[in-house]
Design a protein around this ligand. Sequence first.
Ligand code: HEM
Length: 173
Amino acid sequence: MKGIIAISLKRLVKKEYGLEKWYDILERSGFSKYELIKASDDLDDAKFLNIIASTCAVLDITLEQAADAFGDYWVNEYAPEVYSVYYKNAKTAKELILNMNNVHKKVVLDLENARPPTFEFEWKNDNTLLINYKSDRNLAILMIGLLKGVSKYYNEDLKIRLISDNTAEVVFN
Ligand code: HEM
């Protein structure tokens, strides 16, 4: 996983809980507390999963709470600052979500070796979208947190839930 994801998590933890907690998380995950992660770093996926598990342990939150907090922070604070260009052309949550494969493809151009997930979209009916998540990292729970973040960003009350291991259901209004 690219370092930029861990950097964003660090900022969130620092803001909400203080830097000491981030140091605890790093040390529990097999890093030195002084480890300076760069956006372009390639973090071993197992080590990144350790960071997620340590975040839950140190902050005493569930994986779902961590995914929701990260998704909210990434979509509403971090990405609008670092990747504002991707928001400019999307006027609704639906437009941003349906463009996610393109966004991730473009991200790869700036971040060598990035391996973002891909999504298959299927309309169940006029306002219900099924999103099939494809990534060997098995972080569909993170997809749910990020989709909730998109719902908040556009101030739209989407109904979002995981209906199978890799499929999200999104009901638009
Ligand atoms: C402008 C908004 C977004 C940008 C710029 C962005 C960019 C990125 C980047 C750089 C990564 C790291 C990839 C890697 O290390 O190989 C990533 C991972 C990920 N993104 Fe996004 N993303 C955005 C929004 C979203 C949204 C809305 C979703 C949900 C549908 C999503 C789902 C994921 C997931 C689940 C991962 C974890 C990696 C994996 O599962 O393999 N992203 N994204």
